[in-house]
Design a protein around this ligand. Structure first.
Ligand code: HEC
Length: 114
């Protein structure tokens, strides 16, 4: 069977593009852990948890500094459980999660609260 050189070249390009694309998503591990451990409370604001990306809820907390947020995540704070129930999480995972939840706060439209 004769396969056209153009087709072979096209398939190689496709395979190459996929290999290049794989692993491009940043913090995949932290996001998977976040979805398992933190989303439970930090999407709906259960027990008064600051909701992901909500500027009004995160603003005053961010002002404490990233290290304090990390400390409260590890040690717990009122209804916030120590480690956020994530025994597998490492320091870098927590920092990535905190960055994720407090990212793009300036872009959140004012008065978007229910
Ligand atoms: C059982 C619900 C619950 C889970 C699960 C949870 N949180 Fe929280 N979290 C809270 C609540 C409630 C607060 C607000 C505590 C307060 O200020 O009294 C909070 C506050 C925080 C804060 C702000 C702390 C501060 O100093 O203001 C951070 C950061 C945080 N959580 C990170 C996480 C991370 C990361 C995870 C997952 C590993 C997680 N939380 C899982 C309920 C939860």
């Amino acid at each position: 069977m004769i396969v056209s050189r153009g087709l072979v070249f096209g398939l190689l390009m496709l395979a190459g593009a996929q290999a290049f694309g794989a692993g491009a998503a940043p913090n995949e591990r932290a996001m998977a852990l976040w979805a398992r451990s933190c989303a439970l409370c930090h999407i709906d604001g259960n027990a008064g948890a600051p909701r992901v990306g909500q500027a009004e809820e995160w603003g005053p907390r961010l002002a404490q500094g990233r290290e304090t947020l990390l400390k409260h995540t590890v040690e717990g704070l009122n209804s916030m459980p120590p480690l956020g129930y994530c025994m597998a999480c490492e320091r870098d995972d927590f920092l990535a999660m905190i960055d994720f939840m407090t990212a793009n706060l300036a872009a959140a439209p004012a008065g978007d609260q229910p």
